[in-house]
Design a protein around this ligand. Structure first.
Ligand code: T46
Length: 133
C-alpha cells in the first residue's frame, strides 16, 4: 500500500496541510475532485490506464482496497494526515463510508472516460500482458 504521511502544521489555532505538485504530491496536479454524502454503495471498481492519483479522507472514514493485478491490499483511511497514492494500473474499490466521510482526490490529468478500465478481466489481461512484453 502506497501510503504517504502528510506533514501537518499545527498551532493553537488548529492544523494545516499543504499539498504541492511534484513535492508532496509526486505528479503535476491537473484536477481535484471530492466525494461526500456517500452511501453504502461501493465506489471505484475500475483501474486507470495512465492516471495517477492521491486520495485523502479529510473527514470520517472509509475502506480502500487496491489490487495491482498480483497483490491485493486494503486500508482504513480515517486521518487527514494520511494519503494513499493510487497509481495507474491499480484496481481500486472504496467502501464502508462513515456518514461524515469526505474524500478529496488529486489527479494527474483531466477527466477522460477513455482512461478507465471498468472490467476486471480486461484489467488483469492488460497488466499481465504489459509484464510479458
Ligand atoms: C477514481 C475514484 C477514486 C466527471 O464528470 N468528472 C470527474 O472528474 C470524475 C472523477 C467523475 N466524473 C463523472 C463520471 C461519472 O458519471 O462523475 C460520475 C461518477 O464517477 P465515477 O463513477 O467514476 O466515481 P467513482 O467514485 O467510482 O470513481 C472516482 C473516479 O472516477 C476515479 O478516477 O479513481 O473516484
Amino acid at each position: 500500500m502506497n501510503t504517504i504521511q502528510l506533514n501537518s502544521i499545527t498551532d493553537s489555532r488548529g492544523s494545516l496541510i499543504s499539498l504541492e505538485a511534484n513535492l508532496t504530491v509526486p505528479f503535476d496536479i491537473k484536477r481535484v475532485y471530492y466525494l461526500f454524502d456517500l452511501t453504502n454503495s461501493p465506489r471505484g471498481l475500475h483501474a486507470h490506464l495512465e492516471l495517477n492519483q492521491l486520495m485523502i479522507c479529510i473527514n470520517g472514514s472509509c475502506k480502500i482496497k487496491l489490487d495491482d493485478g498480483y497483490i491485493k491490499t486494503e486500508v482504513i483511511l480515517n486521518n487527514p494526515s494520511n494519503g494513499v497514492l493510487i497509481n495507474k494500473l491499480v484496481w481500486r474499490e472504496m467502501s464502508d463510508f462513515s456518514k461524515d466521510c469526505k474524500i478529496i482526490v488529486l489527479a494527474s490529468d483531466l477527466y477522460k472516460e477513455s482512461d478507465y478500465i471498468r472490467n476486471y478481466n480486461d484489467f488483469i489481461n492488460i497488466v499481465h500482458s504489459k509484464n510479458r512484453s
